[in-house]
Design a protein around this ligand. Structure first.
Ligand code: M6R
Length: 599
């Protein structure tokens, strides 16, 4: 998804800062990039299609010393193809803009403007022409910007620079994240924390509807015409955490990290004989009769797992829905329903909109999220953070396992009044064994590396499981398809004979999740049916399975959830090793973005 950076100052080389900043945002996915730097009346602009290396090459002759203002952007195409003309910054006659989000009324606005001025197919370009038209009318750059922003509908994070005010960056935000950072007189902008780490000392997360302008050492912030004072907070994140640390890919690092970060997720929450959430007030849950969970992608798979756990442990009727479906189905929402949204980024447009709908209908809302201060966290009534740390790989790994852990704890938290003591203690004991279950064992990784070479062809994969292992099968299939580009489907094992078994042949690879602690005999007979039809079976279990063509042995766990987490690691590693063998960039798979901030 698109990324934004900006800088005002003289302490550092602006071009270097902008490109380094964009590199920090690469993981979000993009297909073109550009920067613009203004020093007095001198403008330098550079854009390129494809990777940042192309941009770097194109602007290698561009040297900037001394004070200047600069903006940069990585674009993930929505309106118009990924071409240089469509890349940001977009130019007017003397002004330049970068934008994340979508201007929904760009066609109407364009009709008011001179069509001969437009060179791109984007919605963004309308902003810069509108600004220049307003400037002709008011001759005050800030007023012109204020009027421009007030006419825009949709979602946007905008930085605009202009020769009419060459020492200034104008900014505006609506439903798309934008952060201002500062260190003394230097001012930074970015659409997420990563480019600011190690640069800005303190940050301000803009709120929807806020806009203003920044000049060397000063920031003026407004909303609805009223000036406001931004409350900056220290930026305490550590750069180390955002780097690869010796692993081949961020995804690999993040898979290995799970065993440690899960400790953070559990910390202070799992007590000797109960689960507590400091951030939640138990009165918040009073009178709750049902739960609706809403999310997208991997977070949806975590949510679906959570729906089984809620019903089983908390004994509260629970459903889980895909946010993009929920939004338009005209859902019946009852005020005694707890609405839970799950999101790694906290910026996913569909999930955010579903949350807005639930709030509007008067439901109590709870976010399970990895990014504090994200749009979803700011909007929800209550939040439980997953504490997974920055996740850079586009394919979600540690965000998923920490989400499931939070849902498991939440189910126990809501159920602990009803559950008998023995069950509760057994669950707590299992929770405390989570770091062990998530630890990547060297020999297991080696086995999966070797195994991966047998799964590079075929006409498709079926990942099958039952109960909570069904959502895990969905997640295993999603992981594989998003980074290997092979076709994969997750399926409830008991449902195979109702149709998909017709596909069974030796070129159909079945990854069977066979936990010893949950419905083992049932899944075993489902796998036997497939084996009898000559499907190629890769079984993941702690119990050897003689009909398997390949067998991945997990530890003999005493709780199904521990098997679940260990198998999650197996599926992540298997997908990664297959994708690596196929020569793919697993951190930045084609066509995907880390944070999907458009519908
Ligand atoms: O940030 P979110 O958790 O809201 O993102 C939801 C999905 O876009 C995300 O999980 C996506 O499916 C990942 N690429 C999965 O690996």
């Amino acid at each position: 998804m698109c990324g934004i950076v900006g800088y005002i100052g003289s302490q550092r080389e602006i071009k270097g800062f902008l490109i380094d900043g964009l590199r920090e945002l690469e993981y979000r996915g993009y297909d073109s990039a550009g920067i613009a730097i203004l020093q007095g009346s001198q403008l330098q602009i550079c854009k390129a299609v494809g990777k940042l290396e192309n941009l770097e090459k194109k602007c290698s002759s561009l040297v900037v010393h001394g004070f200047g203002v600069g903006i940069g952007h990585t674009r993930w195409a929505t309106h118009g193809k990924p071409t240089e003309l469509n890349a940001h910054p977009h130019m007017g006659e003397f002004s330049y803009v970068v934008h994340n989000g979508i201007i929904e009324n760009f066609k109407e606005l364009k009709e008011e403007l001179d069509p001969s001025k437009f060179v791109s197919q984007t919605d963004t370009e309308v902003i810069v022409h509108l600004f220049e038209r307003e400037l002709e009318r008011t001759s005050d750059p800030f007023q012109a910007f204020e009027r421009t922003v007030s006419k825009l509908r949709g979602s946007f994070a905008i930085l605009l620079i202009t020769k009419a005010a060459p020492d200034t960056i104008f900014f505006g935000k609506e439903s798309s994240p934008l952060i201002i950072g500062r260190d003394g007189e230097e001012i930074f902008f970015a659409s997420s924390d990563a480019p600011l780490i190690g640069n800005a000392q303190e940050v301000y997360y803009l709120e929807d509807g806020e806009y203003g302008y920044a000049q060397k050492g000063s920031i003026r912030l407004f909303r609805g015409g009223e000036e406001r004072v931004p409350t900056f907070q220290p930026l305490t994140l550590n750069k180390e955490l955002a780097q690869k640390g010796g692993y081949r890919f961020f995804m690999e690092k993040e898979i290995y990290e799970q065993s440690d970060v899960i400790g953070e997720t559990l910390m202070g929450r799992v007590k000797e004989n109960r689960v507590e959430f400091e951030e939640l007030d138990s009165r918040f849950f009073q009178g709750i009769e049902s739960i609706r969970i809403c999310a997208c992608g991997t977070s949806y798979h975590a949510g679906l797992t959570g729906s089984y756990l809620m019903e089983r442990l908390a004994q509260i009727p629970t459903t889980c829905e895909i946010a993009s479906e929920f939004r338009y189905k005209e859902p019946l929402l009852r005020p005694d329903t707890l609405f839970i949204v799950i999101s790694q980024s906290g910026e996913t447009a569909d999930t955010l909109e579903a949350l807005k709908m639930a709030k509007k209908a008067g439901l109590r809302t709870l976010a399970i999220c990895n990014v504090d201060n994200s749009s979803i966290v700011r909007l929800a009534d209550a939040t439980v953070l997953t504490r997974a740390g920055i996740e850079k790989g586009v394919a979600s790994t540690k965000a998923f396992t920490t989400q499931v852990a939070v849902l498991w704890m939440l189910a126990l938290y809501l159920g602990q009044g009803r559950l008998d003591q023995e069950t509760l203690l057994r669950e707590i004991d299992a929770l405390l064994h989570l770091p062990g279950a998530l630890k990547v064992r060297g020999e297991l990784h080696e086995r999966l590396k070797r195994l991966s070479k047998r799964y590079l062809h075929g006409h498709g994969f079926f990942f099958i499981g039952r109960d909570i292992f069904y959502p895990l099968a969905l997640e295993g299939a999603l992981k594989l398809k998003e980074i290997s580009y092979l076709h994969a489907e997750g399926y409830p094992a008991g449902e195979m004979k109702h149709g998909p078994i017709a596909l069974a042949d030796p070129e159909l690879f079945t990854i069977a999740l066979m936990p010893r602690n949950l419905l083992y005999e049932k899944i075993k007979s489902n796998v036997e049916e497939l084996s009898a039809r000559d499907a190629t079976i890769c079984a993941i279990s702690s119990i050897p399975f003689e009909l398997a063509d390949d067998f991945v042995k997990i530890e003999k766990q005493k709780h199904a959830m521990l098997e679940y987490f260990e198998m999650a690691v197996v599926l992540q590693l298997l997908a990664m090793e297959i994708a690596i063998r196929l020569g793919n960039d697993v951190d930045m798979p084609r066509n995907l973005a880390k944070s999907v901030t458009v519908e």
